[in-house]
Design a binder for this molecule. Structure first.
Ligand SMILES: [Zn+2]
Length: 420
């Protein structure tokens, strides 16, 4: 692709090493940046005065279509009851069209809050991929291999469809398909291994919830004599460098070493864990000591009660890590920012006139802390040199339509739930 650089003048840019730069910058379509000499051909020049350019957020655990669920959906229920009484019955009403409407609504929130990537797990993956592509976002869309409705007809059709989608994966696509095996408490050994084989066949991402609650861990131990990571290791579940494990809260140190051995990544989802009263907190210091790659994710909007705002999630990670470890340095804002943007090739541009971004400190040295602790208005968002949003106006989606479609879809989705 020919370079199509955009020039920001008089801006502040935070690079991949969190070094601050002041001046005129070219953002190239391959995701790189350079300082401007003032004589380059550019597709656009933007006044960057009072704007902060950073890498965009990367959300490593989502259920995007759950944007259809209200934030307080079945508020007050613990995870097992929340799933069995509320979420699974509601999901019987899902259709590809409703799934896409929910995905697009989630994409709108991602764009507005500076995220350009989601690693998702949900039903009807093609509808989700279509939604992300329309919005111009990146993603791993992991389709389910589980024993729960609405998709599982016991006729193998869900697996065949996912196999077909996985065969369309291409490194040039911004949205790739992967395989989701929901959890050890919803998937039997045959499902876990057939999901692993499918992911392996296509060299694709394998996505799972691991040790989210104490109950899940105790039940796994009762049934197998092993804790979840031990059990998954015993059946040879993990694919090196390709397994993305959400939560990982109730995990022993020996299990952390097992995850490290398989180069499995773990995704910290602090808001979700606290909203669903999971009790245990992913121990960041212990995971670091074991050498595990720890990422950050929001989980679904209904499970975390706070949507897809990664700056907010990074703040929650800072708070819960410190609180749980009695250590004010357990996770600093700059390190939470690094976790939340790790691997990003895209750019978010933040409004420094937002009161939440002040005071900005001598030599602009408070920007990252302000962004993580306070949040800020995202003005522009760039993927592959293309703007998804400029001046806080979303370009790839019609915001009014997205909101109207979401509210209309909910009429169908919750048609048999009076209290919604
Ligand atoms: Zn989840």
């Amino acid at each position: 692709m020919a370079d199509a650089a955009v020039l920001y003048t008089n801006a502040v840019l935070i690079d991949d090493y969190q070094q601050r730069h002041l001046g005129n910058f070219l953002l190239h379509s391959d995701g790189s940046w350079t300082k401007s000499n003032g004589d380059e051909d550019v597709v656009e020049t933007i006044d960057g005065t009072r704007r902060l350019i950073t890498r965009s957020f990367q959300n490593w655990h989502t259920h995007l279509p759950m944007q259809l669920n209200a934030r307080d959906f079945s508020d007050g229920l613990p995870l097992d009851e929340w799933l069995e009484k509320s979420i699974f019955p509601t999901e019987m009403n899902l259709t590809p069209d409703i799934t896409k409407v929910g995905t697009i609504a989630a994409a709108l929130e991602m764009i507005k809050t500076g995220s350009t990537f989601a690693c998702d797990m949900y039903h009807f993956p093609e509808a989700i991929a279509n939604g992300l592509n329309e919005a111009g976002l990146r993603g791993f869309v992991c389709g389910p291999q589980t024993h729960w409705p609405p998709q599982d007809n016991d006729d193998g059709s869900v697996k065949r469809e996912l196999d077909r989608l996985l065969s369309t994966n291409n490194p040039d696509n911004n949205v790739q398909y992967g395989v989701a095996t929901h959890a050890v408490y919803t998937c039997g050994e045959d499902t876990l291994l057939s999901g692993k084989e499918l992911a392996e066949k296509h060299d694709a991402m394998l996505h799972i919830h691991i040790s989210e609650t104490r109950k899940e861990v105790a039940e796994c131990h009762d049934k197998t004599g092993m804790y979840p990571v031990e059990y998954l290791d015993s059946i040879d579940y993990f694919i090196p460098n390709k397994t993305n494990c959400a939560h990982g809260s109730w995990v022993k140190k020996s299990e952390m070493r097992t995850l490290a051995k398989h180069k499995a990544a773990v995704v910290h989802c602090p808001s979700s864990n606290m909203k669903l009263a999971c009790g245990g907190t992913l121990s960041l210091p212990a995971y670091k000591e074991a050498g595990v790659n720890v990422r950050l994710g929001t989980d679904g909007p209904a499970s975390n009660g706070s949507g897809l705002d990664m700056a907010h999630e990074a703040r929650m990670a800072c708070l819960v890590q410190r609180h749980d470890h009695w250590d004010a340095a357990a996770l600093l804002a700059k390190d939470a920012f690094a976790m939340a943007t790790n691997g990003s090739k895209d750019w978010a541009v933040w409004n420094l006139d937002d009161i939440r971004m002040t005071p900005y400190g001598r030599d602009n040295n408070r920007h990252i802390s302000n962004l993580i602790y306070n949040g800020a208005g995202c003005l522009d968002l760039w993927v592959d040199g293309k703007p998804l949003m400029k001046d806080n106006e979303v370009i790839t989606l019609d915001q009014t339509n997205v909101i109207n479609n979401l509210n209309d879809a909910i009429e169908d989705y919750y048609s048999d739930i009076e209290s919604y």
